[in-house]
Design a protein around this ligand. Structure first.
Ligand code: SAH
Ligand code: SF4
Ligand code: F3S
Length: 458
C-alpha cells in the first residue's frame, strides 16, 4: 500500500480537514504514515494567519525537497496558503506537484490520481458556496479508540476584521445541515467517542436550519454524548439564547473561548470588530452568571496599527478585570489584501521593539492568571475524561477537566472513561495528580498491558 504523510499547521479547521484527507485517500488505497521518510506522498495542510506561519511552511517544504530528489516523492500543498497563493505557489516552489484549497479536500484522491497518471502539475483552488458545497463526512472508523472528536458545523467567515486573512482563504460562511451533523455525532458515539467539539471559524453564527444554541441542545440529546465544546466564537454572535444553554445544559462544558483582540474601543473600531469593551464585558458577566466558574479564554493582538501606550494599558486593564483562564496573544502581522495592511502607515506602524515589549508584559500577566486558576485546583478532586497516555510519560494518563484544563495523572483508567483525579501540582497550563483510589505502589493491572493499549490510540 502506498503511504501518505500529512503535515498539519494552523487551527482545528485544518486538523479536521487533514482527518478528512486521510479518510478520502484511504478509500483510494492510501495508508497514512507518521513519518515523511517512508511516504510516497507528502501533503502540507497550511496556515496563513500570520507571516510567521507562512514562513514555517516554506521552510518545511525545503526540508521535504530532498525526498523528492531522492525518491520522487510527490508534494502537495493544501489549506489557507494554498488558497491564498493558488497557482503562484507552483511557480514559486518548482518542486511542488499540486496545490488545492480547503474546499477541494473531498476531491483530493482525484487530484492525486491526475497528478500521477497525467504527470501534470495542478492548482485546484475553486471556492464553493452554499449551493455547491458538500461537507465531507467523517469516517467514524478512524475515530475508534478515541475519546474526543471534532465535528465541522460551518465553514468560512462573513466578518471583515481588518487584520484577518481568513475571509480570503476560507470564503463566505456555509453552515452544515443540522441532520448531517447529528448523524455524524451518532456514528462517532457508536465507536466510543464521548466528547464532541463543534468547529467553524465563526461557529456561533451557525445557520444550518436551527440556531447555534438549538444545535447544541440537539447534540446534547444524542445518547452517549457526554461532553460538548465548540470553537471559535465571535463576541457579536454571543446571543442570550446561547448564554441560556450554559445555564440549562450540563453537557455543554464550562469553557468559552471568546477572542477579544484588544481592550481599547478605538483599536476595536479600526479592527472592525463591531463590539465595544463594555458590551464584551456585559456578555461575559451574563455568561458567568449563567454558569458560575466557567473558564474564559481569549485571543489578543498587540501592536495593531495605531495602538498607543494608553490603548495597550486598556488591554492590560481588561485582562485584570476578566482574569482569563488562558489566552493566546500575538504581535500584529500585516496580511495581504486586508484593510489594516493597506491603512497601517496612515494609522501608525507600531515599532517592533514596542510590540515585543508589550507582548512580553502582557504574556507575563496572563501566565500569572493562568497559574492562579491552575494552582487553586491543588488539593481538590477534578473530573477528567481520559484521552490517552501522557505525552511526557507514557506510563501516565492524560485527559481534560470540564473547564478544558489539561491533567496528567497516575492511574489505570482507560481511554473514554471519566475519573476523579486528586490534583497535586500545577503549572500555568497543566495539572498533575493521581486518580482517586489508585495505588501508585501496586503493580499495574495485567503488567504493562494498559500502557500498550493506551499507546495504540495515541
Ligand atoms: N475567528 C476567530 C479568530 C480566528 S484567527 C475570531 O474571530 O475570533 C485566530 C486568532 O489569530 C485571532 O483571534 C487573532 O487574535 C489572531 N490573528 C488573526 N489575524 C492576525 C494577524 N494578522 N496578526 C496577528 N494575529 C492575528
Ligand atoms: Fe478573522 Fe474576524 Fe472572521 Fe475571526 S471573525 S476569522 S478574526 S475575519
Ligand atoms: Fe490558519 Fe486558515 Fe485556520 S489561516 S488559523 S488554517 S482558517
Amino acid at each position: 500500500m502506498r503511504k501518505v504523510f500529512i503535515h498539519t499547521f494552523g487551527c482545528q479547521m485544518n486538523e479536521a480537514d487533514s482527518a478528512r484527507m486521510v479518510e478520502a485517500l484511504a478509500r483510494a488505497g492510501w495508508a497514512a504514515t507518521s513519518t515523511a521518510e517512508e511516504a510516497d506522498l507528502v501533503i502540507l495542510n497550511t496556515c496563513a494567519i500570520r507571516e510567521k506561519s507562512e514562513q514555517k511552511i516554506l521552510s518545511a517544504l525545503g526540508r521535504y525537497r530532498p525526498l523528492k530528489l531522492e525518491r520522487g516523492v510527490r508534494i502537495g500543498v493544501g489549506g489557507c496558503v494554498a488558497q491564498q497563493e493558488k497557482a503562484r505557489l507552483l511557480k514559486k516552489v518548482p518542486y511542488v506537484d499540486f496545490v488545492f484549497g480547503p474546499d477541494q479536500v473531498g476531491r483530493l484522491p482525484e487530484i492525486v490520481r491526475r497528478v500521477e497518471e497525467e504527470n501534470v502539475r495542478l492548482a485546484e483552488t475553486e471556492w464553493l458556496d452554499s449551493s455547491t458545497y458538500v461537507f465531507p463526512q467523517a469516517d467514524p472508523e478512524f475515530a475508534r479508540g478515541r475519546a474526543t472528536a471534532f465535528v465541522t458545523a460551518m465553514k468560512g467567515c462573513n466578518n471583515v476584521c481588518s487584520f484577518c486573512i481568513v475571509p480570503y482563504t476560507r470564503g463566505r460562511e456555509v453552515s452544515r445541515p443540522v441532520d448531517e451533523i447529528l448523524d455524524e455525532v451518532r456514528r462517532l458515539v457508536d465507536v466510543g467517542v464521548r466528547e464532541i467539539t463543534l468547529i467553524g471559524q465563526n461557529v456561533n453564527s451557525y445557520a444550518g436550519g436551527v440556531s447555534f444554541a438549538e444545535l447544541l441542545r440537539r447534540v446534547a440529546s444524542v445518547a452517549g454524548v457526554q461532553r460538548i465544546r465548540f470553537t471559535t466564537s465571535h463576541p457579536h454572535d454571543l446571543s442570550d439564547e446561547l448564554i441560556a444553554v450554559f445555564a440549562e445544559e450540563p453537557k455543554v462544558m464550562p469553557h468559552f473561548h471568546l477572542p477579544v483582540q484588544s481592550g481599547s474601543d478605538a483599536v476595536l473600531v479600526r479592527m472592525r470588530r463591531s463590539y465595544t469593551v463594555d458590551w464584551y464585558l456585559d456578555r461575559l458577566e451574563k455568561l458567568r452568571a449563567a454558569r458560575p466558574g466557567i473558564a474564559i479564554t481569549t485571543d489578543i493582538i498587540v501592536g495593531f496599527p495605531g495602538e498607543t501606550d494608553e490603548d495597550f494599558q486598556k488591554t492590560l486593564d481588561l485582562v485584570e478585570r476578566v482574569r482569563y483562564e488562558n489566552a493566546y496573544s500575538f504581535i500584529y502581522s500585516p496580511r495581504p489584501r486586508t484593510a489594516a495592511a493597506r491603512h497601517m502607515h496612515e494609522w501608525g506602524v507600531v515599532p517592533r521593539e514596542t510590540a515585543v515589549a508589550r507582548l512580553v508584559r502582557l504574556q507575563a500577566r496572563l501566565r500569572e492568571h493562568s497559574l492562579e486558576y491552575y494552582a487553586s485546583c491543588i488539593g481538590t478532586q477534578v473530573e477528567v475524561l481520559v484521552e490517552g497516555p501522557s505525552r511526557y510519560d507514557p506510563s501516565r494518563r492524560f485527559g481534560r477537566t470540564p473547564e478544558n484544563r489539561v491533567v496528567n495523572f497516575d492511574g489505570d483508567a482507560e481511554v473514554g472513561e471519566t475519573v476523579m483525579v486528586l490534583v497535586e501540582e500545577a503549572t500555568p497550563n497543566s495539572l498533575s495528580g493521581v486518580q482517586v483510589g489508585y495505588d501508585r505502589h501496586r503493580p499495574a493491572r495485567g503488567g504493562d498491558s494498559n500502557r500498550v493499549r493506551l499507546a495504540v490510540v495515541a
